[in-house]
Design a protein around this ligand. Sequence first.
Ligand code: ATP
Ligand code: MG
Length: 346
Amino acid sequence: MRLGVLGGGQLARMMALAARPLGIDVTVIDPNVEAPARHVASHIVASLDDREALHQLAEQCDVVTIELEAVPPESLEHLQRLRPVYPSGEFVAMTQDRLSEKLGLRALNIATAPINDEVELPAIVKTRRGGYDGRGQRRVSTDAERDRALDELPDPIVEAIVDFRRELSIVAAADRHGRIACWPVATNTHRNGVLFTSQPHGDDPCQQQAEAIATALIRRYGVIGVCCVELFDTEHGLVANEVAPRVHNSGHWTIEGSTTSQFEQHVRAVCGLPLGLSDLRQPTAMINVIGQEPSLEHLLSIDGVHVHRYEKAPRAERKVGHVTITAATERQLVDRIRRTKAVIDS
Ligand code: ATP
Ligand code: MG
């Protein structure tokens, strides 16, 4: 079995690492010669709309998937004629545009932030396409600020600021027979608009509502593989922020924290294999390493710390790795998180 992946970033890298024990080979397409997946997968160095490269991928692989939502829709359509491709172009297209994403969610009676004419100031102006890690968005408090942002940001959408108690996300998987497995929801915190920590909870009061949201999306779009919904927990229930048609940073804790990691689950699902258990085995948390790499020696001197380096050139605001922390008790976890943050910030 050979799996093709559009994109060779850290998500493809971790997919390939999960596929290896199953005896599944991975080939990625990525224009970057230093793509993080290069050490663990076959690497076709080409852009994602290179027809020749797409043909080469299809020839080498039995199934094709993606590791990023910004794939050219024509490439997915083209590949679909050659090999099974999961997820579908329809699902990916819906998530690529913040407007179609919100309309798609609303059509399923899933609450979203008010948008455009529904919005009062202050608000957030975002580009509809291509934004990530908080890039391509601006908070505005006056009419003048809003008008300027609408002028300056390409293809903008205005979103009301949601008054949330916390941010959380649900990562879910579906196999080819429509069976669904959801992991426990995780609470997420951000730094400068970039995900910083994710911590799963075994008995979160929002679990049932979050699973209902993920299930509705999976059923509507015939999702096969892993997807994620970013959510705001508000006084009036959950409000959906974004949908990712792929494995997600807030699910990295599953590598050590769950019986089946999101990466293995995704590989299983798209390759037509049965899903594994999506439980929380022990108190677990994930911390992103952003910008500079901390001392490996200092990190590894903390018990329960698992280091994942992406082998990327360091750059401000760039995710260069993550750390998962496991512990026997919640108290021990809190102490290990504190010590790990001190190393990351030093
Ligand atoms: P990422 O790639 O990390 O998912 P992104 O660039 O796609 O980020 P969003 O997820 O839309 O952008 O926004 C990033 C963060 O900004 C959110 O996690 C949240 O903290 C804040 N935010 C975004 N939209 C809203 C909103 N409507 N109300 C309140 N906070 C918001
Ligand atoms: Mg987001």
